[in-house]
Design a binder for this molecule. Structure first.
Ligand code: GH3
Ligand code: MG
Ligand code: MG
Ligand code: MG
Length: 346
């Protein structure tokens, strides 16, 4: 889906404020312990601390649970278990594909220094020597949770940054760099597939007047409503980007010239046919559009820069011929010019 709506910036979670457990996936725990009594005790402690508990009696079952995408990130493993022990589990977790980080607390009757080193080197994050008291377990689990929460917050922040890098904050559309990248990808894809490709440059008519008459905030609201209508009137695999202030670049993969003209006319109508409701009243808005279609079977495929330039020239013609209209660049002439331009460049 190319047209992602704006979203709220993610809030960072302060790990110090997080309770032992809430409903999030991070507050689940996997317990692997072969001693049934001790397993039940652990289970009841964690439930009291508001964890959703998955308890298994051996390492192989634990490994199976960990293959699920939403497996708990916090794991409590007994060292000595039949089948696969806690150490082997740790090794497998650390050598498997990078997924969400698993925080592993190893429970052991061994307290020899060398055993501790073996456990940590196998990939355990922490260990507790049996018998241990409940408060110490709780404190160590909290320390593990802090690390998991911090990691979740970092991933969230990274996602937000990635989103912001390619989206326009006002409209939530692809920003200029992103829509041009998208167009470049489509251009290089069609060099292979020889498919059609439609490009539309659209610009709101006399937008400055809207700002001057009703204020910048109303101008912003108009931009947002125009965006909603444009995005709502294209197919899911078409892309809409904010190219500049009140200018939009749209990419229509696989769209031939007749279909592109129909699509562009529909876009013009979806703006012109209904006034835009704002806090200061109904505002009539129109859009001018320049379109170019790179066609199947043309001798020399148009590149990204030329497609944008010809769409822009067609838009300029639409403005010159009275606005609120669609003008189509002559693709065959454009393709001819493509060859000529190349000739003059060499
Ligand atoms: P034309 O029909 O020839 O396109 O005329 P126009 O008034 O739409 O074009 P012009 O380029 O003269 O003005 C565009 C205006 O768009 C000027 C600029 O202040 C405004 N603008 C650009 N970005 C934003 C924005 O994010 N919000 C608002 N409210 N206005 C913006
Ligand atoms: Mg055991
Ligand atoms: Mg304009
Ligand atoms: Mg403009």
């Amino acid at each position: 889906m190319h047209n992602i709506p704006p979203r709220q910036a993610g809030q960072l979670v302060d790990p110090n404020l997080a309770p032992d457990g809430n409903a999030s996936a991070a507050n689940t725990v996997l317990i692997a312990e072969d001693d049934p009594i001790f397993r039940r005790i652990l289970e009841s402690w964690f439930k009291r601390w508001n964890y959703r508990v998955t308890a298994v009696e051996n390492g192989l079952d634990a490994w199976k649970v960990l293959q699920n995408e939403d497996a708990p990130q916090l794991a409590i493993f007994d060292w000595m278990m039949p089948g696969m022990d806690g150490i082997e589990l740790c090794r497998r977790i650390r050598s498997s594909n990078p997924g969400p980080y698993r925080y592993v607390l190893l429970l052991t009757a061994k307290d020899d220094k060398q055993d501790v080193i073996t456990g940590l080197e196998a990939g355990a994050d922490d260990y507790l020597t049996k018998p241990f008291d409940v408060d110490e377990l709780r404190a160590r689990v909290r320390a593990g949770k802090r690390i998991l929460d911090l990691q979740a917050a970092l991933i969230h922040a990274k996602d937000d940054l990635q989103f912001a890098a390619v989206h326009d904050p006002l409209t939530g559309l692809w920003n200029r760099g992103a829509i041009l990248d998208l167009l470049k990808k489509e251009v290089s894809r069609r060099r292979r597939t020889k498919d059609s490709l439609g490009v539309v440059m659209a610009d709101i008519d006399h937008f400055k007047k809207i700002n001057d008459t009703y204020g910048h905030q109303t101008g912003d609201a108009v931009l947002q409503e125009v965006t909603r209508r444009l995005a709502g009137n294209v197919r899911p695999y078409d892309a809409v980007g904010r190219y500049g202030g009140e200018e939009f670049l749209l990419v229509f993969p696989g769209c031939n010239a007749p279909d592109l003209s129909i699509a562009a006319e529909r876009l013009r109508q979806c703006i012109a046919d209904q006034t835009i409701e704002t806090s200061v009243g109904q505002i009539p808005v129109t859009l001018s559009l320049g379109v170019i279609s790179a066609e199947q079977g043309e001798k020399e495929p148009l590149d990204c820069e030329r497609l944008v330039r010809y769409a822009d020239e067609a838009l300029y013609a639409a403005k010159a011929r009275g606005r609120n209209r669609v003008e189509t660049a002559d693709a065959s002439r454009a393709a001819g010019r493509n060859a000529t331009d190349r000739g003059s460049e060499s």
